[in-house]
Design a protein around this ligand. Structure first.
Ligand code: FAD
Ligand code: NDP
Length: 488
């Protein structure tokens, strides 16, 4: 650390933000390209929804990892319910929320230290504090005690992620975001209202429902998960309803009144309908995230933002200001951890490896960890029709999973393949059902390799599994006509 009056430390790279993208880029630059790197991150801990930090970033501290731990916790409910048909008697023990949250917090704290060590072991200088640009080669670190230090940098990487946004309605301040949802002292004994129907809303609906709350999901669209394959969206909506989540499609809240901690009245309506209201114990808004660019000094350096407030970058993540780069959610390309990792590695190769490298956004698989999960890679049926030219063969399989024949659960698994008829290329795979995320990862490799339907058909299945259905769909369900220009 420089002492007051001493010359600032010089680095090849200063990264602001030690989340998925920032950690990966910093480690790669230091370990594989011998760059002298510093990485700045806010202090670990939950301060407020606008100010949360810690090495590991959103994914590790307040996103993918704690969320998935809660999903695992909630999934036991289903196992207990399904066990009876297999001869297990009276398996529905009470759940202790506090134990789950305490164990989750312990694991996240451990992971935070792991991420600090990952950086340090790679030779990266780790600075705890808030980073901001003074000019295109100078970064200021404001430490938690208010003291400041200046670092000189040949390159600056902005990897500051995003933050949760709320609908601008009266009483919105009473709604929590996913940040607070991961830290609740207790599960509300009244209902939980979740607003939104994207990834976070649908995943938390499953968590709260599985752990014993009454859950209402309210959103403006007709079905949850806009952007995913329509048929899969329908299946998720059906599953949510069958599992007891009350879905209020086509409605949005207009006002939230807080009576007490744990007691709110929410007014809501559809565009043409009358105003209605409900009493709930908790309101959570999961209505999107915005890039975190405030207070970074970007304007002074000339870094441009797009109309959504994200940092504008070119194909190799340069902002256009020489030596200033940006990756991850702050650039709002595909806001997923593995994409931020890919952008971080591509950046390090470009800036320090002498090989300009564009991240490849083709066939990025993703999963929504609702119960059961939805996973996808490639085009949805609607995207295939809009983008491709010529006939598209659609294969759909909907079946009762073997486990449910005995457990008695009334739920179907949906699997879907989209094939470009002329080239025989598989252009989309989708699944709503148990283990969908685990199954989809392998199919993503197949799509990346340009696999054809004939190659899927020539693959021998693993029996008995649900996954084998993807290589045994022989009968086309329908053929649709592409209206786009893309030929394969
Ligand atoms: P982040 O991981 O957000 O890291 C940015 C870091 O910068 C943060 O640690 C922040 O504290 C720090 N920072 C910000 N400003 C400053 C500053 N001025 N100075 C110093 N540090 C600063 N993605 C998936 O792929 N799978 C999932 O299952 C999944 N689940 C999610 C669940 C939730 C609830 C949420 C919110 C997100 C989830 N995501 C998931 C998305 C994923 O977390 C993000 O896409 C990913 O973390 C983006 O990485 P990043 O490096 O761009 O930003
Ligand atoms: P999403 O973009 O997925 O969903 C936002 C939701 O808010 C949508 O239902 C959207 O409605 C609604 N919404 C947005 N603006 C308005 C508005 N003005 N009025 C009414 N409704 C509105 O965001 P999330 O917050 O769920 O998650 C943020 C991102 O984090 C995700 O997009 C994803 O990239 C990442 N993530 C990934 C996960 C995973 O990989 N499993 C898990 C969690 C997050 P509409 O659909 O009608 O536009």
């Amino acid at each position: 650390m420089a002492t007051p009056g001493s010359a600032p430390q010089e680095f090849d790279l200063v990264t602001i933000g030690a989340g998925s993208g920032g950690v990966r880029a910093s480690r790669f630059a230091a370990q594989y390209y011998n760059a002298k790197v510093a990485c700045i991150e806010l202090p670990f801990g939950f301060v407020s929804s606008e100010d949360v930090g810690g090495a590991g970033g959103t994914c590790v501290i307040r996103g993918c990892v704690p969320k998935k731990l809660l999903v695992y916790g909630a999934a036991f409910n289903e196992e207990f319910a399904d066990a009876k048909g297999f001869g297990w008697q009276e398996v529905q023990p009470p759940h202790d929320w506090k134990t789950l949250i305490a164990n989750k917090a312990k694991e996240i704290s451990r992971l935070n230290s792991v991420y600090v060590n990952l950086l340090r072991n790679a030779g990266v200088a780790y600075y705890e504090g808030k980073g901001s640009l003074l000019d295109k080669n100078t970064v200021q670190v404001t430490r938690p005690d208010g003291s400041k230090e200046v670092l000189r940098a040949k390159n600056i990487l902005i990897a500051t992620g995003g933050y949760a946004t709320k609908l601008p309605i009266e009483g919105a301040e009473h709604a929590i975001s996913s940040d607070q949802a991961l830290h609740l002292e207790a599960l509300p004994d009244k209902s939980v209202l979740i607003v939104g129907s994207g990834y976070i809303a649908v995943e938390f609906a499953g968590i709260f429902k599985g752990l014993g709350a009454d859950v209402h999901l309210m959103y403006r669209a007709d079905k949850p998960l806009r952007g995913f394959d329509e048929e899969c969206r329908g299946q998720v909506a059906e599953n949510l309803t069958k599992r007891g989540v009350v879905c209020h499609g086509g409605h949005l809240p207009t006002k939230i009144v807080k009576h007490d901690e744990g007691h709110y009245t929410v007014s809501y309506k559809s565009p043409d309908g009358p105003e209605q209201s409900m009493e709930v114990g908790l309101v959570m808004m999961a209505t999107g995230r915005s890039p975190r660019t405030q207070g970074l000094g970007l304007e002074a350096v000339g870094v441009q933002l797009n109309n959504k407030g994200a940092i504008k970058v070119d194909e190799v993540s340069s902002t256009g200001v020489p030596g200033v780069w940006a990756i991850g959610d702050v650039t709002d390309r595909i806001n997923l951890t593995p994409v931020a990792l890919m952008e971080g590695m591509a950046f390090a190769k470009t800036a320090f490896g002498g090989q300009p490298t564009k991240p490849d956004y083709q066939n990025v698989a993703s999963a929504v960890f609702c119960q059961p999960p939805l996973a996808s890679v490639g085009l949805s049926e609607e995207q295939a029709i809009a983008q491709l030219s010529g006939a598209i063969d659609v294969y759909v399989s909907k079946f009762k999973p073997m486990k449910y024949t005995i457990s008695g659960r009334d739920e179907r698994t949906l699997m879907k393949l989209l094939v470009h008829h002329e080239s025989d290329r598989v252009v989309g795979c989708h699944m709503v059902g148990p283990d969908a995320a685990e199954i989809m990862q392998g199919l993503a490799i197949a799509l990346k390799c340009g696999a054809t339907k004939a190659q899927f058909d020539a693959t021998v299945g693993i029996h008995p599994s649900a996954a084998e259905e993807f290589v045994t769909m022989r009968t086309r369900t329908r053929q649709v006509e592409g209206k786009g220009a893309a030929k394969l």
